[in-house]
Design a protein around this ligand. Structure first.
Ligand code: MG
Length: 226
């Protein structure tokens, strides 16, 4: 369903990283396939056994910081996860029009902040491939605040640190649980990214969303020319 964002009433653009600015295919491939084959190659377990063990453990931590903590999973698997993730770095890439979207925001009187559940080591790994930091005003990992974006305390900590008025903010993410949390925290405009993984079809879970950033570009580019 089409919707309008009144950009003149927005001060802060808060953006998720994986599945929003970047293709989730990288993360999905790593966590669903690559990590299990690496572990299988030196433990002798089957990939399915390792995957089952991982899924059981993962379920216990859904929506918490532990779910996103690479240190924790490195210990669980007994491998250097960052080194393992580097093997797939060729799959790290922007989602369609994400870079143009960030560039279109630059000349506008808006602050752009990436708010991600990714561990700082993983953020750095991605920034080495996709230089996001030059296109935004800040990058926040929920690990800095000790709680995941799904938790209300993440939002109060973020609003405090950056003096954000949630009623003049927009937030975009591909996770319905995180979108719910931002909504409950009072963020005025919530936009679901409906095509997080470019190797899968788009899907809809939230009342307001876009497949790709090209849906928002014409208005932003027009604002930039005013
Ligand atoms: Mg995401």
């Amino acid at each position: 369903m089409p919707f309008n964002i009144d950009w003149q009433t927005i001060d802060d653009v808060l953006l998720d990283m994986d599945g929003t600015l970047l293709d989730l295919h990288y993360d999905a491939t790593f966590w669903l396939k690559t990590v299990h084959s690496i572990v299988a190659s030196f433990t002798g377990e089957s990939e399915n056994e390792i995957r089952d063990r991982f899924q059981n453990e993962l379920k216990k931590h859904e929506g918490t910081l532990a779910w996103y903590c690479t240190d924790r999973w490195a210990e669980f698997f007994g491998i250097d996860l960052i080194e393992a993730k580097k093997q797939l770095a060729h799959l790290i890439r922007y989602r369609p029009h994400a870079k143009q979207f960030l560039e279109a925001l630059r000349p506008l009187p808006l602050r752009t902040i990436i708010a991600t559940n990714a561990h700082p080591d993983v953020i750095q790994l991605k920034l080495d491939v996709v230089p996001l930091s030059t296109l935004v005003d800040g990058i926040v990992s929920s690990h800095q605040y000790g709680v995941a974006k799904e938790h209300p305390s993440f939002w109060t900590a973020l609003f405090d640190e950056y003096s954000i008025d949630p009623n003049r903010a927009i937030f975009m993410d591909d996770s319905p649980r995180v979108l719910d949390a931002a909504d409950r925290a009072g963020v005025r405009e919530i936009v679901e990214i409906r095509h997080p993984n470019l190797s899968e079809p788009p899907r809809t879970t939230w009342k307001q969303g876009i497949d790709d950033f090209d849906a928002l570009l014409p208005e932003l580019l027009a604002l930039g020319q005013q």
